[in-house]
Design a protein around this ligand. Structure first.
Ligand code: SF4
Length: 271
């Protein structure tokens, strides 16, 4: 149970029932990493400025979305177009949502974001004339026959042959097995969504990871279609989500993730 959290007690009504009806991979990941963080973010709806790392990730994602959409609509999208759009969006997105920059940090972060895009657009394994099956498709899967909430999500890119691609910006060169493990909820969820909406089995699930090292790197991690044990693991995690919401089990999970948590101050007031 939540008690004595100071100023945040005057929060809007808790939409527990609504959160129970649907779940996305990112919401489930937050739940699994820390239920108190989930409470602050989704139950109380406490908004926090974006971190620099999140802003860089969103900026890269935004341009890759335009690049994928251009191929989908058979329109040209040159490196120059990408640069112009990047410069425009970098300013515009900060007006919509503030960013928590440290002093003097922004120019370096902007240069990093562009260097990742420049690398990807020059070295992507996706041919410029490859027509995607789908780009930024918003999809749902009804899992009521498993006693679970409706799974919702947005597929970044589905390549020809049903290869699901998810783009990531990461701070360190990823280890293949750990990358698959730490993105398991998302990649399994995408497979369920793809199957529910196409009636087909996905061709594979790929992580295209842009690494923010001094010299940027592109690391591609490939996985085959979802296996029955992967599906079972996700269903058990979703069951834990549902039963935890029913109990309103919003306890903190202190650990490594707290260093990056925007709710640290609120968390310290929890008892
Ligand atoms: S500081 Fe750590 S324990 Fe507290 S809400 Fe954030 S992630 Fe959870």
């Amino acid at each position: 149970m939540i008690a004595a959290v100071g100023p945040i007690a005057a929060a809007p009504p808790k939409p527990i029932e609504e959160l129970r009806r649907t779940v996305s991979a990112s919401r489930l990941n937050t739940w699994l990493s820390c239920r108190l963080k989930f409470y602050f973010r989704y139950v109380l709806g406490l908004k926090k400025p974006k971190t620099a790392a999140l802003y860089v990730g969103n900026a890269v994602h935004g341009i890759l979305k335009l690049w994928n959409k251009a191929r989908w609509h058979r329109k040209p999208f040159t490196l120059e177009t990408a640069r112009q759009q990047f410069d425009t969006l970098w300013v515009a997105d900060q007006i919509k949502e503030p960013v928590r920059w440290d002093d003097g940090e922004e120019p370096g972060e902007k240069a990093t974001a562009w260097s990742l895009l420049d690398l990807y657009l020059k070295q992507s394994p996706i041919p410029p004339n490859e027509l995607p099956e789908g780009v930024e498709v918003s999809v749902e899967a009804d899992l009521a026959n498993h006693g679970l909430p409706r799974l919702i999500g947005i597929l970044d890119l589905v390549r020809a042959g049903g290869r699901i691609v998810d783009f990531k910006t990461v701070g360190q060169t990823p280890n293949e097995e750990k990358a698959i493990h730490s993105n398991e909820v998302q990649l399994t969820g995408y497979a369920i969504l793809y199957r529910a909406n196409t009636g087909k089995i996905e061709g594979g699930r790929d992580l295209h990871q842009l690494v923010k090292t001094k010299t940027p790197k592109l690391i591609i991690t490939q996985q085959g279609p979802m296996t029955p044990p992967q599906e079972a693991r996700l269903f058990r995690q979703m069951e834990s989500y549902v039963s935890g919401l029913d109990r309103q089990d919003f306890v903190p999970s202190p650990g490594m993730q707290c260093a990056m948590c925007s709710y640290f101050n609120e968390c310290r007031r929890w008892s």
